[in-house]
Design a protein around this ligand. Sequence first.
Ligand SMILES: [Zn+2]
Length: 258
Amino acid sequence: MSNLNLFDLIPKIRYTVELPVSKKEIEVEPYKHGNVRSILLLMQDFKQRKQGHMKKALQSMQKIVEDCILPDAKGDKIDVKKLHIADFVYVMNYIKAISNGEESSFFFRCDTENCKQEKKIDFVLDDCEVKNLENKDIDKIEIEFENQDNIFLHLKPFTFQIYIDNARFFGQEFIEGNEATRYYASFIDAIEGKGQIFDNMKKDNIVKFLDALYECDLKKLIDYINNVPMLVWEKKYECEKCGKINHIKLEHPTDFFV
Ligand SMILES: [Zn+2]
């Protein structure tokens, strides 16, 4: 028996990645064999039926990313749930790339009704862009009233935590009104008006407050949510069978996960 730890036989491969929204640098390592099990589970889930499986799929993804992020020099590890959703999607795909080789590819079917020709498309992470990056520091929305004090909605950034908390909402084809308001409410950190700040509010109370706003005022919050920074990947290609120019766009976080 030697004093060598068995696991010391496996070298640590580290990569430094800069997160596109927070600009923070973190160190990651590729997946290990043990991680791959959760990836397989996740893929199975997604293929079976997207609906209702979203939360489980997101939890597996969170676990994979957590396992592959290495502690910093002080030994601290980043809280994956607090990552901006665009940073999460980026690091998730970065880990995928260093684990499976630089390029990953997927099959896309031609849009033309009677064609549906399959084409292998290479996905390169470096070709992604972060849209709406200029909005990353918005932390307040002002709702103006005539003859009365304005209200300020203090906002939370769109973190992976918010995304996973609303997994049900993203996994559904039909969204009920109240569910949409609950989703909007997850972005509210505090409400300020008449010199007072209401923080630590229960979600139900935020929902009631949002329901009481005029539609045109609530729209300001919805616009904020719809224009948060997001990772986007676009590609055009000509179908070799029918000549149609197909336009592929990955923009919703889940578009990047399969
Ligand atoms: Zn075609």
